[in-house]
Design a protein around this ligand. Structure first.
Ligand code: NAD
Length: 259
């Protein structure tokens, strides 16, 4: 489905990012795996499943830096020969704490990583996409199916959570940013959507104390935590042909939690 196209996935060393990279590569995209830490384990786990490593390139970048993001987007074009037309903003952090105790630095770190960085990436990728469209330099694949951006927010952005004022603010902001950027970019052939995962079995969820996880499990109508692949399937739908008329949407993948 994505043959000849370049996807940029942030947070590719993490639990959900790894599954997103795998599904896009399996569907023919060349994936730029972007993370603060090495994505070598992600790439190895995918090649162990029989997929060629030539479809993945690793970039170790701090996405909160505007100059690094700008350089990254042009470097990917140089390395792959195609501009990025699929962007999955998946990197995220938590710095939890009671509101009255939360350090300003923890608030800023979460807002910078979870909200400002996806803005910087969206802007850099959209600029490249739009300028190539104007110059008529896009491949027929890219000009016929357009660009697609998927922001991985969180169900916490909809309902809030104890000890997560910074995280909930950033994830709620991502929903607003998705809708506004979908309006700005529709005319340029770029769709923007967001996914709200519920509780998914990844290192991020493993950091939650078992007592709280058990309580959460009891609240999930389907009765169990999701897998990273459940989120990756949502990304595939939104980026692929099936989602070609979908923009500005919010897709909850939560097992029914907080519906
Ligand atoms: P994870 O911690 O496994 O992965 C996050 C990745 O982001 C890490 O590899 C980390 O190195 C990377 N990252 C952090 N800061 C970065 C930076 N400045 N530059 C580049 N990379 C950076 O987390 P996950 O569980 O895979 O979550 C992925 C996304 O899904 C996050 O945005 C998270 O908020 C969201 N989410 C997760 C869950 C869940 O239950 N796991 C639920 C709702 C939403």
């Amino acid at each position: 489905m994505f043959a000849g196209r370049t996807a940029l996935v942030t947070g590719s060393a993490g639990g959900i990012g790894r599954a997103v990279v795998e599904i896009l590569v399996k569907n023919g995209a060349h994936v730029a795996c972007v993370d603060l830490t090495s994505s070598a384990a992600t790439i190895k786990s995918i090649t162990d499943n029989g997929i060629s490593s030539s479809l993945m390139t690793e970039y170790q970048v701090d996405i909160t830096s505007k100059s690094s993001v700008t350089d990254l987007v042009s470097q990917i074009k140089t390395d792959t020969g195609t501009s990025t037309s699929l962007l999955i903003n998946c990197a995220g952090i938590t710095r939890d704490g009671w509101l009255w105790k939360m350090d300003e630095t923890d608030y800023d770190a979460v807002l910078n990583t979870n909200l400002k960085a996806p803005f910087l990436l969206t802007q850099a990728v959209a600029k490249q996409f739009i300028s190539e469209k104007k110059l008529g330099q896009q491949s027929s694949q890219q000009s016929s199916t357009g660009g697609s951006i998927v922001n991985i927010s969180s169900i916490i952005g909809k309902v809030g959570n104890l000890g997560q004022t910074n995280y909930a603010a950033a994830k709620a902001g991502m929903i607003g940013m998705t809708k506004a950027s979908a309006k700005d970019l529709a005319i340029h052939g770029i769709r923007v959507n967001t996914i709200l995962p519920g509780f998914i079995q990844t290192p991020m969820a493993q950091a939650v104390p078992e007592k709280i996880l058990e309580k959460t499990r009891q609240q999930i109508p389907m009765g169990f935590l999701g897998d990273p692949e459940d989120i990756a399937e949502g990304v595939l739908y939104l980026c692929g042909r099936s989602g070609k008329y979908v923009t500005g949407s919010v897709l909850e993948i939560t097992g029914g939690l907080y519906m």
